[in-house]
Design a protein. Structure first.
Length: 352
């Protein structure tokens, strides 16, 4: 397991992060998993043994049960609090009242307090705004997060599922006021969904913001269990009504046609290849894996040991490449003559 610097902070996180969405299984979130405490304890223990120091959950997963199970698992295993990085989120609807959702100061403060209680912790390592709130002014959201950081209840904060301009605007507001700046973006990224490469990833690279990848297997479609012209395996989440996140299926089959020979050449699963490709991307700080069984978890963990060749990476890049869109293709075209020439190689002489 390798550890990556988390954006421009001094924090180091494991390249794989254990996703706790399958913990709890209450309400709508049962489609993601129905793991109880005993099963979760085993997954957390195996993850820690493999070197993972990062767990991601949310107040809405399992209607709060995910946070409860995550916190109890760490206590059951006797994990030293400073040895683990716990991330959770706020934004989604957690009650029937109009202020039980969103990124207002009121909901953020109430949400942090409730999450800490469910987790059984004194502070949250990474607190994330789960989506962009079109109603609440960004200044209000960011000031609330700043106050949580100053009070010691939150150490770092990030966002999830925002557009590039929204992220940059938040960074600008924080810097103008001298507030704590966001450290991370959690986004959907996979071999069949490289959309964030258009605007978000260039921004993250420019501003040195960490990227946390969710759904690296596109909701299981890159696991190797799905084939062109066939129904998925019984019980698979993608075989149910929860066909999410959206994927261009024809694109998917083309990508899988390239993944499968590579997987066979290495004697590994297609899932490992898909995760290994993400781990090869320099901008990726950590990839969130959401296994339901020890077998799935072990397979995902092994992706850290898979080294793809340059030719294999090139073939995966080619089949999954985005279709050029304006203004991107025009920006690239017009900047072609503004790139510096390659540096000359200084040849050594016999006299040196």
């Amino acid at each position: 397991m390798r550890y990556n610097q988390f954006g421009r902070s001094g924090l180091f996180v494991s390249e794989l992060c254990l996703g706790a969405m399958p913990f709890g299984g209450r309400g709508f979130w049962a489609v993601a998993g129905k793991l109880g405490q005993e099963e979760a304890d085993k997954l957390v223990a195996r993850s820690l043994e493999a070197g993972i120091n990062f767990i991601d959950t949310a107040d809405v997963y399992g209607n709060g049960a995910s946070e409860e199970i995550t916190g109890k698992a760490l206590r059951n295993l006797g994990v030293k609090r400073s040895d683990i990085i716990v991330a959770t989120k706020v934004y989604n609807e957690v009650g029937p009242q109009p202020n039980d959702r969103g990124a207002s100061r009121a909901h953020i403060m109430d949400g942090a307090k409730a999450s800490l209680q469910r987790l059984g912790m004194d502070y949250i390592d990474l607190y994330q705004i789960h989506a962009f709130d079109p109603v609440t002014p960004l200044e209000e959201t960011l000031r609330a997060l700043e106050d949580l950081v100053r009070d010691g209840l939150v150490r770092y904060f990030g966002i999830s599922n925002w557009l590039a301009w929204q992220i940059m605007k938040a960074i600008g507001i924080s810097e103008r006021h001298g507030w704590t700046r966001l450290d991370s973006v959690q986004a959907y990224y996979s071999l069949v969904s490289r959309d964030i490469e258009r605007e978000v990833i260039p921004l993250l690279e420019d501003q040195h913001v960490a990227l946390m990848v969710w759904s690296p297997l596109a909701g299981g479609l890159l696991s190797g269990k799905f084939y062109r012209g066939q129904k998925g395996p019984p019980g698979a989440r993608r075989s149910t009504a929860f066909d999410f996140p959206p994927v261009d299926k024809e694109r998917l089959w083309d990508v899988l046609d390239v993944i499968r020979p590579i997987a066979e050449a290495h004697g590994v699963s297609p899932a490992r290849v898909a995760i290994a490709w993400l781990l090869s991307r320099k901008v990726v700080s950590t990839v969130i894996i959401g296994a339901k069984t020890i077998e799935q978890l072990d397979d995902n963990l092994e992706s850290t040991e898979l080294v793809l060749t340059a030719d294999q990476l090139a073939s995966l890049d080619k089949v999954s490449a985005l279709t050029p869109e304006y203004p991107g293709w025009m920006v690239h075209r017009m900047a072609a003559n503004r790139r510096p020439p390659p540096k000359r190689t200084r040849l050594s002489s016999a006299r040196e």
